[in-house]
Design a protein around this ligand. Sequence first.
Ligand code: SF4
Ligand code: SF4
Length: 612
Amino acid sequence: MSHSLLSAEPGSTHLLLGNEAVVRGALEAGVGCVTCYPGTPSSEAPDTFFSLAPEADYYFEYSVNEKVALEVGGGAALGGVPALVTMKHVGVNVAADPLMSLAYIGTPGGLVLLSADDPGCHSSQNEQDNRYYARLAGLPCFEPASAQEAKDMTRDALLLSAKWEQPVLLRTTTRVNHLRGPVTFGPLRGAQTRGTFVKNPSRFVPLPAIARQRHPALLHNLSSIQEEIGQSSWTRHSGQGSQGIIASGISRAYLHDALADMDLQESFRILELGITYPFPEQAVLDLLHSVDSVLILEELEPMLEDQVRLVCQKHGLQVLVQGKDENLTQLGEYSTQSVRQALLRFQGQAPEEPDLCSTREGLPGRPPNLCPGCSHRSMYYAVRQVFGDTAIYSTDIGCYTLGFLPPLRAADFLFCMGSSVSGGSGMAQATGQPVVAYIGDSTFFHSGITGLINAIHNRHNLLLVVLDNSTTAMTGHQPHPGVDQTRHGPNPAQVDIEQVIRGCGVQEVSTVRPSNLKKTLDILKDYKEKDGVRVIIAKEPCVLFARRTLGRKNPQTAYVAEQTDDVRRCLEELACPAFYVQDGEIQIDENQCSGCMLCVQIAPSIKARKRS
Ligand code: SF4
Ligand code: SF4
């Protein structure tokens, strides 16, 4: 039976994750091409497209990185096909190059870029506000506040994009991507998977002379879109009074909750901005003309606030503007509670004592950790045995970043996706110390290959460990070009990582199974004595992927046969979460133990037995 996202009747209501709602919205707009690089908090959007792909008409791909995803989507949109490209906020940094040019040349079929921002760094290395990209590139920017809006805005963004032939940014935040809410469906358009490219090099080839013409064309379009936004149902006025509130994104949801809690629904004039760029100046001006003061609610950067202050200055308005302060900061997420406090301050009242739920006292801390039996742990353990603290460890983005805490201490520095190879090269060059760089298989394809080619060409001195777990583990087991199996079956076009590395010109390449400790140590010791670029591919499937997708379960488990010093040393040096201490004795939880047998190779008092 067809999935409800593909078949449910218009008018029916469904409880959806924000990311699933994005999928339905795109289907309602007739999306014909979906590309992505998975990244939390966006991942469930492309994963849902991937799940539906066998019974749907659109073209879908997990691209090797965000730049490639946007270029594939951009090519499709130039060919007249509506395209959705999804990524997390930092991915837009990777895709920024084509993004700037696509805004100039335009996207006749319609192209929406989903940027899932992460205020509060729940799963990210920074909390950048990608509304700046809308302004930088010149993209209309939609900001949903609920699952229903995620659906409707995705549809409207694609339609607006096709109408004006301009790419559009759909800027969500973690809270919107991961909330669940009721969504009433609209009619589906059949996927438009084939289009026609109308050749027009004087538009689509932005040589300097053409780019100079396209920039004013973009500005002209934006000015027309600005007028349209002012009239759009996504720009909403409500309420009354001499105090105004302007809110965007998820802050709108917090605002409505806070107003309802405090019974203040009719106390303020409210302007809700669903589309924040181009800035709907006239709507803001209308509000400012009718109030003495205005409170701006927006997470992260004071973009609307700055714009509102500018409008006041431009029009000589004496309106008190209240925005970022010591409570409504540029850091992290807002909440109903923080907005409630802001409303009280805005009314000149003392803030109330926050009524927050708290965690129970005395709960043990739970630092980030690799799963029991994770092959990264085996490799990190082996590398530490050989290099200890003599090497500098350059790491990258993925599950393996979780190995940074003691005792593995596998990370000394990190910049971004793919940086471990090139950053490690620079570190080795600068310090003359041995550098071990770690990179995952998906990240290797994403942006590690160029760093490796650079390292070879410039004769850097680096040991690179490719932690190949046969999937993209951290974001939910998405496939990449190197996998042999996906959820939909075998991958007939597998790209061999070792062949790629050899093709880049690396002479010293070995593939090891990190759970084979002796062989892994032998190759590490050998490579430690050599210079130049050396690569070890540590190949062993992610335990969860092996169990869930490949259907593999190890029949054995480890157990502690005798309480000896080597068992304690193993616990302290390995820190496998399957170990626990009870009544002073070290034990292994059979349910947690994956049976990787690493501890058995380290401590003679730990033995293997058949799983009970
Ligand atoms: S999900 Fe897989 S790769 Fe990630 S920590 Fe767990 S076992 Fe390791
Ligand atoms: S075999 Fe040992 S190291 Fe591997 S998961 Fe079990 S307890 Fe942990």
